[in-house]
Design a protein around this ligand. Sequence first.
Ligand code: BYC
Length: 472
Amino acid sequence: MASIDYIERIPNNVSLAEDRRLLRALEDWQPKFLEWWHDMGPEGFQAQDVYLRTAVSVDAKGWAQFGYVKMPEYRWGIFLAEPEADRRINFGEHQGQPAWPDVPGEYRGTLRRLIVTQGDTEPASVEQQRHLGRTCPSLYDLRNLFQVNVEEGRHLWAMVYLLDAHFGRDGREESEALLQRRSGDHDKPRILGAFNEKTPDWLSFFMFCFFTDRDGKYQLASLAESGFDPLSRTCRFMLTEEAHHMFVGESGVGRIVQRACELMREHKTDDVRKHGGIDLPTMQKYINFHCSVSLDLFGSEVSTNAANFYTAGLKGRFEETKKSDDHRLKGGTYPVIGLDGEKIVTRQEAALVSLNERLRDDYTADCQRGVNRWNEIIKNHGIDFTLTLPHRAFRRAIGAFAEVKVSPDGRVVSEAEWDARHRDWLPTAEDEAYVGSLMQPVTERGKMANWIAPPARGVNSQAEDFEYVRLS
Ligand code: BYC
């Protein structure tokens, strides 16, 4: 296994120096990436020292090294998980054949599209979070935001490596296009819906990390099963980084919930806004929004695209190799919800076309576990309130429910009821303005904004007042 080469201009563990053509392509792309990072990356903090974690090895132990880095000097590079000896394709019509080291000609277009779709989300999220540094609730959170941002930048590198190494001139064009689309831009938007939404405040950021990064986890885990071995190895390493992003999301929301509960107890009131907190009903509305946007990222309930990806051996199920069926899904069925007139019903659909819905089920169960942990915090304060995930048909823009209005508890409702009630279900302009009004920067060492509790422990066991970002 090649160790990570940090001597080279582009750190890597893929022996880049031996492939002159690829090296040239990536060295040509590197300054364009840096230009994009300067234009669209974290605004206002490019010259500061940030206490960041950098990958130094891809094995399970000790891949991380912590130290102060200026973000534009972060050692972005190409890291693949260790190869598995004699790896086979584990599902679909090529099941049992050796995994592909190169792109099979017949799947070139499909694989390229999957990689581009995945790659497009990474710079998009950096663009969405670009202005958040200005309103950080603490230095600890500021550092976590930047850690997430540089790692999303590295995930972009990961996909660009695959495009440049395996898709020739088309791949290089796609690599350029990844730097040209812009989140939320009408003329050149990012590919998937959620990545064109705004992330205007830190509550939205934490929700995004909890719900949208978790979609990343499930999509990457499915691509990690791919018969195209370089994609599998790339995604396996990306998953180790993704875990931190979900931690930022879950602990961030958990700390806001904790602070709301403390204020409720202290002032014996549900109206914590009077005391500068974010009330639990507002948290619920943000959950409803971010969950529904992220559910759309799994595609339609019934999808021949997903079936074709699977049969071709390109994109598997979550934990494909742990499942004990035939891994071809020829005859099986899977329960899928859909519409029957005005009613939401469950039907058995062919398992092969139901793969998006199955992945959405895995994802939803994982989200529910996180919500349960938030509810534990509320319960531990003796408060009678339960946060819930909205029904999966709520506010959907993709799939069977895109054309109907559904309440968070799963009733198809009339336009009139939707108009009358949606303010109770989704953040209103007033809610957003209130949350926005709390976004005042706190940058003194060890201090926290009033609306969020401190973290349980520091990054890399650092003390509470550690200087995570050197601002002066
Ligand atoms: N928005 O058969 P369908 C992450 C399109 S997040 C807009 O239902 P399919 C991260 C679709 O392209 C993980 N369009 O869907 C998180 C198709 O178009 P065509 C990202 C959409 O193809 C946080 C049509 O609708 N990873 O990593 O089975 C921070 C019908 O498609 C959307 C991936 O996405 C949408 N939401 O599945 C940073 C993995 N949904 O063919 C990073 C790679 C569907 O009619 N991508 N459409 O032109 C895929 O696996 C699949 O493309 C999808 C869609 C699951 C996204």
